[in-house]
Design a binder for this molecule. Structure first.
Ligand code: PRP
Length: 209
């Protein structure tokens, strides 16, 4: 049988995840010297480095048993897996922002919202019973209101610096975000002991972070 395979989100969550694995007593030397490799042995586990959206695809399809991914990606993609642990790092939030000093809520015209997260945005405005037009942008969403493409954005805010430096302001918080552990549904049953032992170790280690 292959080792338990963990899909790890490349980039922002990588450093804290390595600290967490080391706290669990796992040998991360290969992962720390990965070069251009994408599949790495981490002790008795195998770690796969992937983009956030692909982490959940690999876990949903069972080619990875466990995933470490942000709640933002989970919230945007309605997919099947267990979300088992909040790791408490990678903290940020989804927020609604406009150009500073703009009156967003008033008026009868249908507002235009730019976002990388159309499903999150749609749900947010549905919960308010508000009809909006959503435009999908791939990155640097802050540009859209500056170029007058949209009235507002739904985006991730971490330090708030990007918003501030581009003359925007948050007008409503939508949802807190942090890194989560997800588990494939079949693996949870078929490799129960190994997964449970990993999750127990992760719970202990995260307290020490
Ligand atoms: C995210 C987000 C904001 C920025 C917020 O972008 O979309 O642009 O981080 O961070 P701050 O509040 O600390 O300034 P990311 O770096 O993921 O890239 P993107 O703009 O290409 O989506």
């Amino acid at each position: 049988m292959r080792p338990i395979r963990i899909a790890l989100t490349k980039g922002r969550l990588e450093k804290n995840s390595i600290t967490l694995f080391e706290e669990m007593g796992l040998d991360c030397s290969e992962l720390k010297n990965k070069g251009r490799r994408l599949v790495l042995p981490v002790d008795k586990y195998e770690v796969v480095l992937a983009k956030a959206a692909d982490v959940i695809t690999y876990v949903e399809h069972g080619v990875c048993d466990i995933g470490i991914v942000g709640k933002d990606t989970i919230a945007e993609n309605n997919r099947s897996f267990y979300e088992v642990t909040d790791l408490g790092f990678g903290k940020c939030k989804f927020a609604l922002a406009t150009k500073s000093g703009t009156e967003f809520w008033g008026g009868y015209d249908v507002k235009c919202i730019a976002t990388k997260y159309p499903n999150v945005a749609r749900k947010f405005f549905e919960s308010k019973g508000m009809d909006v037009r959503i435009i999908k942008i791939e990155g640097s969403v802050e540009l859209a209101p500056l170029l007058k493409l949209s009235d507002a954005i739904v985006d991730i805010v971490e330090t708030g610096a990007t918003i501030k430096e581009n003359g925007l302001e948050v007008i409503e918080d939508i949802m807190p975000i942090s890194a989560r552990v997800i588990v494939n549904m079949a693996s949870m049953k078929l490799r129960k002991e190994e997964i449970e032992s990993f999750l127990t170790d992760i719970e202990k280690a995260k307290e020490a972070l």
